[in-house]
Design a protein around this ligand. Structure first.
Ligand code: AMP
Length: 442
């Protein structure tokens, strides 16, 4: 199957061909005809599946082939499509795709989010905008100030709707829905299905086409998953060691808290590893700057919280590290789904301390896979230096017959270079005798 057999216009096909796409991905094969037909859609697909193009391409096609465009009272052509995203970064990324896929069309798009000047946005809204990509909060700011008109929206897209609900946007979404014309097409995308999504879909969609592309197989050969058992206050030391040992050039590190992200960046910087953080307390310009540097390869380590990193398309990312395990097991799948994309190989590494064993058990239950422990000589969990003495700590399943927790020592021993030359290294557990400890606060 090709893009042309899906019924897309030559201008759109030309743009995707120039982008290097030769054939549609599974979600695109199913979603494009459904959206072109004008009906509602409920689609389960994660970042990395090609989901953005799956709604952007047919949306562009529909809007550009309809020559019957109404004018608003001020004579301007109205906003015809609204794409809502949970985060600013995702909004920026989606709008970039809209522009790129629509570069041979006459449609105009705009991205809008908080953390940047509202007056420029107001100005831009006075000129032609066909497709508006925005986060719910800033959109409602404009609604309140009467600077945006949503009364001619023909297509509504909720991208990563599950994350929007997790982030508490349900009231904002309901408010926005009440401002839209009743007659419209609704496209709802989610990564993880839940009762909340079910309820939202029930109230929003009319006889939707339902699509669920296979969840990325997290056990795919292209993604190597490793778990290191490590004391909480030595996670930072292990991370520095791993980055240096294999000379990782681009690594995305997840922490559970904003505070933990900032603290880790400080510590890595002390270790002379270039790192920046993105999370909700960072200014928009700092977030954009960090992400741009990371994407163009000039930043070695990007430390992120789940919400800030959600939906980011950082292609062919070689290393993802879970500095803290996520509280929600599905987030593990989202996090590691960033590696090994498009056939590139990747490694997903989790640093797990004793109070995270239950979280690990929950993740293993979800992915239906047991992840073997790795140890770095001299850097393991402090109290349990003998694998035999390590309590499993993971519930839900019987231990494999006759075996204790598998602990493979495959990594090279901690090299002296990861320790300051003047600092003698204590032998037990390889704990550094100097430098700050990194007990992470929840
Ligand atoms: P998404 O799931 O929308 O975040 O897309 C993930 C990545 O897949 C992006 O880098 C897209 O540029 C890329 N992509 C989307 N559609 C295709 C396609 N048909 N062929 C190859 N790559 C694609």
């Amino acid at each position: 199957m090709s893009f042309s057999t899906l019924g897309l216009s030559n201008e759109i096909i030309r743009a995707v061909t120039e982008r290097g796409y030769t054939k549609p991905t599974p979600i695109q094969m199913q979603a494009i005809p459904a959206v072109l037909s004008g009906g509602d859609l409920l689609a389960g697909a994660q970042t990395g599946t090609g989901k953005t193009a799956s709604f952007t391409l047919p949306l562009l096609h529909r809007l550009s082939s309809d020559k019957n465009i109404k004018s608003t009272s001020n004579g301007c052509s109205p906003i015809r499509a609204l794409i809502l995203t949970p985060t600013r970064e995702l909004a920026a990324q989606v709008e970039l795709s809209v522009r790129e896929y629509g570069k041979y069309l006459k449609l105009k798009s705009m991205v809008m989010f908080g953390g940047v000047s509202i007056s420029q946005q107001k100005q831009r809204l006075q000129s032609r905008v066909d497709i508006l990509v925005t986060t719910p909060g800033r959109l409602l700011d404009h609604v309140q100030q009467g600077t945006v008109n949503l009364s001619h929206i023909e297509v509504l897209v909720l991208d990563e709707a599950d994350r929007m609900l997790d982030m508490g946007f349900i009231r904002d979404i309901r408010r926005i829905l009440s401002l839209l014309p009743k007659q419209r097409q609704n496209l709802l995308f989610f990564a993880t299905f839940s009762e909340k999504i079910k309820a939202l879909a029930a109230g929003l969609l009319h006889h939707p086409t339902q699509i669920e592309v296979a969840r990325r197989n997290v056990t795919a050969d292209t993604v190597v998953q490793k778990v290191y058992k490590i004391d909480r206050d030595r996670k930072r030391q292990l991370l520095t060691h791993l980055i240096r040992q294999d000379n990782w050039q681009q690594v995305l590190v997840f922490t559970r808290t904003k505070y933990g992200a900032d603290r880790l960046v400080k510590q890595l910087t002390q270790d002379r590893i270039q790192a920046l953080a993105i999370h909700g307390n960072k200014s928009q310009s700092a977030r954009t700057h960090a992400l741009a540097k990371f994407k163009n390869g000039s930043l070695q380590v990007l430390v992120a919280t789940d919400i800030a990193a959600r939906g980011l398309d950082i292609s062919e990312l070689p290393h993802v590290v879970n500095f803290d395990l996520p509280n929600v097991p599905a987030d593990y799948v989202h996090r590691i789904g960033r590696t090994g994309r498009a056939g590139a190989s990747g490694a997903a590494i989790s640093l797990v301390c004793v109070d995270e064993y239950q979280l690990l058990a929950d993740i293993e239950k979800l992915i239906k896979q047991r992840l073997p422990f790795e140890v770095v000589a001299g850097l393991g969990a402090n109290v349990q230096t003998q694998p035999e003495a390590i309590p499993d700590g993971r519930k839900h399943r019987p231990k494999p017959k006759g075996s204790k927790r598998p602990a493979r020592s495959t990594a090279k021993p901690l090299p002296q270079t990861s320790v300051k030359p003047s600092a003698p290294r204590t032998v037990t557990g390889g704990k550094k005798s100097s430098g700050s400890s990194s007990s992470s606060r929840r």
